[in-house]
Structure formats: C-alpha cells, structure tokens
Design a protein around this ligand. Structure first.
Ligand code: GLA
Ligand code: ZN
Length: 659
C-alpha cells in the first residue's frame, strides 16, 4: 500500500497538448493522486440552463487512463459570473454592510436559497455523471469554507437558528443578558446580525453583546456546514460510500471544525505555515486536525512544494524542507501528501505560486527533483504507516467556543490570544517528546493520563465532572488563567473563579490584574525564574500547594502556579501567561509524574513521533543530531538494521523512519 501522493491539478487552465507532458512528469515523480475540478463551476455550468461536462470528462478520463486516483471536486469554491449577475443575492454582504458584487472566490452567501439550490444541483450532476467511476477515491466539496456574510438571508437564517436553539424569546433574552443596555427582544424580527452597523465597534472582536456575536459565529459555521451537507447529500444520492471531504485550514477561527466532524468522512487540510522556522506550528495543527475525528488518519490536502504567492514576501522552502515536512505530516497521521499545485498556472494571482511543474515544464529543477525523490521514498513506508494511530497519553483540549468567547471579551485583556496560549502548552509537550492529541471538549478523556486545558474560558455540559474523573483515577489535569469563567451562553458563573473547576484545582481566584505586554512579573520556581505576562490572577489556595510564586507587586509571594491533590491524581493551576521556560517547567513536571517524556526529549531540533508501530525521527535543525537508538529497529528508508544503544546520526533536515 502506498501513501497517496499528488495534489491539485487544474489542466482546464492550459492546452490539452500540455497534458501529455504533465503525465510524463507525474510518472517521473511517482504522482498517483490528482485533485481535479476545484474551481470549475463556470466550466461545468456555463449558463443557467447549460451544463457542459466535456472538459471535465476529458480530465477525468485522461487521469483514469493514466492510472491515477482522483479526488473529484464539486467546484463550488467560486460561483460563476453569470450567477452573480442573475442573482445578486448570491454574493455576500460584509461586516460593514456593503453588498459585494462579482469578484474573487469564497464569496457566496451561505444562506442564499439560490446558492444552496444551484451548488447542490451542480454537485448532484457531477455525482450523477462520475459516481462509480473506479478512479474516484474521494469527493472534495467546495474549498476552504470561511469568512462570513451579513445579508438579509443570513439575518433570516440566524433568526431561525436562534428559534431552534432557544425555543422562546425569554430563553434567548436570558442567554444574551439583554436587560443590560435595554436590549430586551420582543419579536424575533427585531434581531439583527451583529456587525459594524449594529453591536460592534472597532471591528469584529469588539461587541457590546458577546452572546449575540458568539451565536452568530456558531450560526455562520453551521450555515456553511449546511452548504457542505447540501452538496454531500447530492453526492450520496449516487455514491453511497466514497469518502467526502472538504479542505480545512488548521486552527482557523471562523469555522468550528468540531461541529463539522460528524458530517465528514475524512478530514483533510491545507498546510501553509507562517515561515520555514516553525515545525511545532505544524505539529500542533496536524494534532488538531487528527483530533477532529477521534484520531482517524487525515489527508494533507495542500502544501506548497516551494513557495506561496499571497503574502507580501514569499520565501522558498529550503532544500530538504518539503520532504521533512511531508514526513512530519505522515508522522502525525496523514495518509496522503498532496500539493497545491501540480503545474503552475500562467496568469492571475497564483501565477508565482510554487508548483511541482513550473512554467517551463522542466524535470531538472531542484523542486521537481525533490518531489520525485519523495515520491520514490513514500512507497517505502506505506505498508508500515497507512492507517496507523498515534498512541498519545496526553490530551490538549481545544474549543472554538472558548476561543471565540475569550477573544470577544471586553476585559481583562485583549492581549491574551487563545491560540498562542494553547500553542505554548502544546509546544512544551512536543519539546518533551510526548505524543499528544488535540481534542474537542466532548472527547472521551478516559484514555489519557494527562489533560491540559489552557485558557478554557467556557465550561460546557459535564466537562468539569469528566475532568474530575481524570484526576480521581490518578491522572493530571492542568488549566490556566482565564479558565472556568463562563457558561455556554458566555455568562459568568455565580461562583468563585475558576467556577466548576474550583474543587479540582483547589484554589479560588480572588482578583486579577492585566498589564501591558512589556510588563513582566517574574515567577519563582526556586531553581528557575520564569516570566509571567499579560494577566496575573491572585490565587488563594483552598487545599492546593504553591509550586511557584510571583516576585513583584503587591501580590509578590502569592502563588502563580499551584498543584492540588485530587483523588488519586492532581489538578494544576497556572495563574499567568508564563513564558516558554515556565510552561516547559510546569508541563515537564506533569509529564514526569506519569513517565511520559519521550526517549529523545531535549535534543535540539529533533522531533520524535510515534505512529502505530513506527517511530519517526525528524531533524528540524540546521545542525546534525546524534542520538542513541532507544530500541532495535529497521530504518524503512534504507533497510538498515539498527540495534538498541547504537549511535544514530541525522543530518540537518533529515528523516529516519524506524520500525
Ligand atoms: C488555498 C486554496 C488553493 C490555493 C492555495 C494557495 O489553500 O485552497 O486554491 O489558493 O491556497 O496557497
Ligand atoms: Zn448572506
């Protein structure tokens, strides 16, 4: 079995005689999977009453004849110009209330009845035509769902969504706390989408009513999910089983991917890290994407082989980086390594975006050579890796509601960014070489020894009980400042902070101080001074013992980190935004309690990841790395036997796959 290898292929953009060359090069590079049709709506439906599949037929037939697997898209990531002209309602109204006209992509109103009908209809016709085709291994619906719309259709959809959620206006008024500022709603029709024209000031994060804005985010995520469902249902009426996916964007704030999980057969995502210096950025995001469907393998749907085009400055991936990051994705659970894009287009905004095949169509470029070398290598590990699971004992909770609620909140500090804090904790686990799942708050926690819940602002359902159970049976639960603050409606708990987590943590937070980013309060661990920043909660232990204390200010000497014995386990509370040294210390102590540090922890640049029965060693650093083999193994990439205790050397950017 082979890990899938290929990517987005848009041959409708160039003459058919070039296709011969494309396949010659695909053969050389070991490309076996092509995602086709992602932006083809105007091609397959050139007018309201005309569908024309002649070009898509040739693309599909050619790919199949060449023995490639096809991930077939419905093409609805951008609507056709004629559609926008005939039905102006399909374009979005933005946050400022401006009705957009035809342009760009990802620009369709998710609530527009016309868009819903016609996108599902084009998906239906594509499924009708191609379902059952033996080359098709997956369906790709839309593209990178995201953004928001504030039009009248969305307003109406929002009101319906609210009726479903709350049933009565009384319940809605209570949830939104509308007695404040005389907002009591007496008819559903009075409710407006929260925008620059209504509740907001200074942009989308500054709202007078967090509850309204939070519900609009939930609604918008669900509205786009309804688009996905509409197309998926159309596909399912012709194809009962082939997996249906859409490409996610990692930790993308506007869409709550956990709410989508049940509707997806396969998670796939597009990996465009901020620069070439952040292997932990990808490690985190892969772990988050893998966690969406309970650890099921995912597809790396897009990555650039070389550079992006949409940034002001678009650096190249250095030699070896594409290979290293591809294997990193596999190590974290990817069963497919796909690129955007297979051949560079000639025009428009992505003409300089990296591609496997450049404008000159050469097979002797550095990028092509690296792609071809990886193609050969991927076939060596497929059997050992495909379908393999990550056996993590550590979970990090990730929750879009908490993310939204925290960043919409007025007070205590706009400087606390949800992702940054969560990433700091993930980084600490990653650096200690322990496997970690990033999971929704509804996940089954009984499999984990350690559950980290940084900035878990909102506590929903029975989560507090389930966290207590983790500790009761001997596990460790950690949470931080700004956790346990609000209920599902974003209303404060009428209790001491951290609300329902108080017993488990054995503390109460008496008050909290927020300071500018440059104010540091040293946090004293005895043998380590870490830095605390942004928010300083003043903690009164109620059973917990201090682990570290603040050094400065009127709360000098009070606890900044505490540990509480609870059942057979512990609850740890971190009351400020610690720097990475501090987070590393706390997380290290928690991992040590369970013996969870990895065998190669602390080796600079080296990431070790276990998937199934395979250990991946990835040297992200610019220096060679030497370690001692932790077990007898075989290196799958070169067949060499390795004995436990033997010296292993990895060149910069090199990879070893040990089985
Ligand atoms: C996204 C899109 C692709 C392409 C790439 C470019 O991921 O899905 O269509 O625009 O970005 O990086
Ligand atoms: Zn709309």
């Amino acid at each position: 079995m082979k890990l899938r290898y290929g990517g987005d292929y848009n041959p409708e953009q160039w003459p058919e005689k070039v296709w011969d060359d494309d396949y010659r090069l695909f053969d050389l590079a070991g490309i076996d999977t092509l995602t086709v049709g992602v932006f083809t709506w105007a091609l397959t439906q050139p007018a309201a009453d005309t569908y024309d599949f002649s070009v898509l037929d040739r693309i599909v037939e050619r790919a199949a004849a060449e023995g490639r697997a096809i991930c077939l898209a419905t093409g609805t990531g951008a609507h056709p110009a004629w559609l926008a002209r005939a039905h102006p309602e399909v374009t979005r109204v933005d946050f400022e209330g401006r009705r957009h006209r035809f342009g760009q992509r990802h620009n369709s109103c998710p609530s527009s009845p016309v868009f819903r009908r016609l996108s599902a209809e084009v998906a239906r016709r594509i499924a009708e035509r191609y379902a059952g085709h033996p080359a098709i291994v997956a369906w790709h619906v839309g593209n990178e769902y995201g953004g928001a719309c504030y039009c009248e259709h969305c307003a109406a959809g929002f009101r319906d969504w609210l009726r479903d959620r709350y049933g009565t206006l009384e319940r809605l008024n209570e949830a939104w706390y509308t007695t404040f500022w005389s907002h009591t709603f007496t008819a559903w029709a009075e409710i407006e989408p929260p925008s620059a024209l209504t509740e907001h000031w200074r942009g989308p994060d500054h709202t007078a009513f967090q509850g309204i804005t939070l519900d609009y985010l939930r609604f918008m995520s669900d509205a786009m999910l309804a688009n996905f469902r509409g197309e998926k249902a159309a596909i399912r009426s012709y194809d009962p089983g082939t997996p249906v996916t859409t490409n996610f964007m990692g930790a993308y704030r506007p869409i709550d991917y956990h709410r989508w999980a049940a509707d997806l057969d396969l998670v796939s995502w597009d990996c465009y890290p901020p620069d070439d210096d952040h292997p932990e950025w990808m490690a985190f995001t892969h772990d988050l994407m893998r966690g969406i469907k309970g650890g099921q393998p995912f597809w790396l749907m897009e990555q650039t082989p070389s550079m992006t085009a949409c940034r002001d400055v678009n650096p190249l991936k250095r030699p070896g980086v594409m290979r290293l990051w591809s294997w990193q994705a596999v190590a974290h659970g990817a069963d497919a390594v796909l690129f955007f894009q297979m051949r560079a287009g000639r025009g428009a905004s992505e003409k300089y975006h990296g591609a496997v095949i450049g404008h000159a169509g050469r097979d002797d470029t550095r990028v092509f050579r690296e792609v071809a070398a990886l193609g050969a290598e991927l076939s060596l590990a497929g059997d050992a890796v495909l379908g393999g699971r990550t056996p993590a004992r550590v979970a990090i909770l990730f929750d879009w509601d908490s993310w939204w609620a925290l960043e919409l909140s007025d007070g205590p500090s706009r400087l606390v960014r949800y992702q940054e804090v969560v990433r700091d904790y993930h980084h600490a686990v990653w650096a200690a070489g322990a496997g970690v799942d990033v999971v929704p708050v509804t996940a089954d926690l009984s499999r984990y020894d350690v559950v980290l819940a940084p900035v878990l602002h909102m506590i929903k359902g029975d989560l507090a009980d389930r966290l207590e159970q983790v500790a009761r049976r001997g596990g460790t639960v950690l949470t931080t400042f700004l956790s346990g603050r609000v209920d599902e409606d974003d209303n404060a708990f009428l209790a001491d902070v951290p609300g329902p987590l108080g017993d488990l943590m054995g503390v109460r937070v008496d008050e909290w101080d927020a300071r500018p980013a440059d104010v540091v309060n040293p946090v004293d661990f005895g043998d380590l001074q870490a830095a605390g920043r942004l928010v300083f909660e003043i903690v009164i232990p109620r059973g917990a013992e201090p682990v570290a204390t603040y050094r400065n200010d009127f709360y000098a000497g009070t606890p900044a980190v505490t540990r509480n014995a609870f059942g057979a386990g512990e609850g740890w509370y971190v009351a400020t935004a610690l720097d990475r040294a501090g987070v590393g210390r706390v997380v290290g102590a928690v991992l040590d309690r369970h013996g969870l540090r990895g065998p190669y922890a602390g080796v600079p640049g080296l990431e070790a990841v276990v998937r199934g029965r395979v250990t991946f060693l990835l040297n992200h650093g610019a220096e060679p790395v030497s370690v001692t083999a932790h077990a007898d193994a075989q290196d799958l990439l070169n067949g060499v036997r390795i004995n436990r205790g033997e010296a292993l050397r990895l060149e910069p950017r090199d990879v070893m796959i040990l089985q």
